[in-house]
Design a binder for this molecule. Sequence first.
Ligand code: PMP
Length: 450
Amino acid sequence: MTATAPTPTLPPCAFTPKPWKGPSRAEVLAMRQRYTHPALFTLYKDPLMVVDGHMQYLFDETGRRYLDLFAGIVTVSVGHSHPRVVARVQEQVARLMHTTTIYLHPNIGLFAKALAERMPPGLDVTYFVNSGSEANDLAMTMARLYTGNQDIIALRNAYHGGSPTTMGATSHSTWKFPTHQSANIHHAINPDPYRSPFTGTPEEIATKSAADIRDLIRFGTPGKVGGFIAEPIQGVGGVTLGASNYLREAYGAIREFGGLCIADEVQTGFGRTGAHYWGFQNWGVTPDIVTMAKGIGNGAPLAAVTTRREIAEALTGRIHFNTYGGNPVSMAAGLAVLESIDADGLQENSRVVGGRFKDGLLSLAKTHDIIGDVRGMGLMLGVELVKDRKTKAPAKEETLEVMERTRQMGILIGKGGLDGNTLRIKPPMCLTAEDVDYALYVLDRALTGL
Ligand code: PMP
């Protein structure tokens, strides 16, 4: 259990949702099953219906409150229906919703400038799109155009999107259809020491993993590459990360062979990792291209690619256009998110509250043998569950059972990893210490007697 006394109930919350007057849960489920695409899936044996949100909490149609530790899949960064974001979006929708970038509007310039101010010097021009997949597509296109090299190196266990090009960069059989994907994408061994085929200290594994990039380039490409795309901490892959020397050595290898380095900050950006605003800063590297989505908009369909001007120029040889990209409403949402991260002190909160959470998880690992590994930074944490600490056999069914149990106790949690056996904790960054203590209490109970 945690150092402090656990709270056996959810911490109090002043918000009360309005009574739900819409279609019943049964009707919603029936419509969903009959009319929506069968590829859509829900969590839980008995799908949860969610109709209201307030900061770190969600409410079902009966008004029951849940602590949301998954944040709409790492997307609600500053809080559900954060008042500042709501106000700015409402104001903008009422005034002007859409124009496209063929006319001037202040919001796009203001937001691009605000992002540039938060990036390392030189990374100061931005193209806006609507999803992480689009952002990564565009980043890889720019890297290929700028360098003239077609080959891209990605990492095993990565997730970069579901479009044909990004599906090619994604490295989980579970997310890859047997369809045509971008050719010339090669997957190097990721540096996660817990499941690495290499042996040694985490630092040695990182060095060996970075050396694998060199081999891949020498054996599998024309000896030159367009770029390298990597998440500073792999998200969908189950919060996997290597030692602090990895990304520096990997970027070094890529640059030796003419490639650009793309940091996929879709999950790690905007203060979530606590110590830094951007995930790559934890590893002391500066990428050439940064892609962002999810937390950038707190739920607005907003994504972005920031790079240096000379790289961006590579995309001006033909026309590139994105109808909704940079629209006034999502730009207003993005600006309100940046302001809220600063005004609410959310990066620091991620560091402090995330540290408390991680310490608590490490304590749970002492009493629950099913916990094979606890990893992550700030409010991006993963708990890998294994049937046996020696064989590391993934505890898939047990992970699902933990999710069912935590839901019963008012906690929504995510999962990830190739085998779906890592609990993913990535809540809105406004999570409090009391929320953490309650979550740890619930996890302790849920992990008992599996
Ligand atoms: N990159 C990362 C790291 C992601 O986690 C995701 C989404 N899970 C994407 C890219 C793709 O984003 P989207 O679903 O918005 O296309």
